[in-house]
Write a new protein. Structure first.
Lengths: 140, 119
């Protein structure tokens, strides 16, 4: 790194399309967290796996939202990792719900690849990963 | 009363989405007029929130449960203002896209509210 270079400010991850991502992640946080909180509080025994998964999804969404807003290279890497985990989650749970419907008496956020949420759960990590890759810190 | 309000709010939200989508298409940030539009839609959501609470206080019961109903009312109320503030922070076309997305999300919430109330 050049000596004369100024101390770089944190990479802003919420400029331009990033703002749209934050919006959708925010919506998903509210959706997943409130839904799972309600279901766990009222009818947990009916579909414990499904409701727990929704809660986990909510936490992951919350963390990604936080990293996006915070910005910076570390946050970017953390977000990238979580988005990959999220994508894996959607694909695994989505397939699981299709293959073994009996394991899920009730839907999760990620059921059928997020069909109940207009497929946003599967589209979001893909576009986020693309966005995060583009914002890699430029290597000197 | 609530059903009409739900319908009007949903349609207004879609109009707002289309309008801001148009602004984004023309590479423009949200402007004063858009914010007036957002205020109108938000006002509808506030009225809906108040009417919903009054109906509950009168003893009417939503088909799918009071908690869910109130949660969705609050979500609908917060939706457009939140997107509006984000578009203030992002003075490019992407701010407009965010508000457009906010309008679509609100329209979806209205459909759900309709179901939850029980048509």
């Amino acid at each position: 790194m050049a000596v004369t270079e100024e101390k770089p400010t944190r990479t802003r991850l919420i400029s331009g399309p990033g703002m749209l991502l934050v919006w959708f992640y925010g919506v998903m946080v509210v959706g997943a967290v409130s839904r799972s909180a309600y279901q766990i509080a009222t009818e947990f025994d009916r579909a414990p796996l499904a409701y727990s998964l929704s809660a986990v999804a909510g936490v992951v969404y919350g963390f990604i939202t936080y990293t996006l807003v915070r910005g910076g290279e570390t946050a970017r890497k953390a977000a990238q990792f979580c988005c990959a985990a999220e994508l894996a989650g959607v694909l695994i749970v989505g397939t699981w719900t299709l293959v073994d419907k009996s394991a899920f008496p009730d839907a999760t956020v990620w059921s059928d690849y997020g069909m109940g949420y207009v497929f946003i759960p599967v589209l979001l990590p893909v576009s986020a990963l693309y966005w995060l890759r583009r914002n890699r810190a430029v290597t000197p | 009363m609530l059903t009409v309000l739900t319908l009007v709010t949903g349609v207004a939200a879609l109009l707002l989405a289309a309008w801001c989508g148009w602004a984004a298409y023309r590479d423009q940030p949200t402007k004063d007029w858009h914010f007036i539009g957002m205020a109108v839609v938000s006002l509808l959501a506030v009225v809906q929130l108040v009417v919903g609470i009054v109906l509950l206080a009168r003893g009417e019961k939503p088909e799918q449960g009071t908690t869910i109903f109130v949660a969705y009312l609050l979500g609908a109320f917060a939706c457009v203002p939140a997107a509006g503030f984000m578009s203030l922070a992002e003075r490019t076309r992407w701010g407009s896209v965010t508000v457009a997305a906010g309008g679509v999300v609100l329209a979806v919430l209205e459909v759900r509210l309709y179901d939850i109330w029980g048509g």
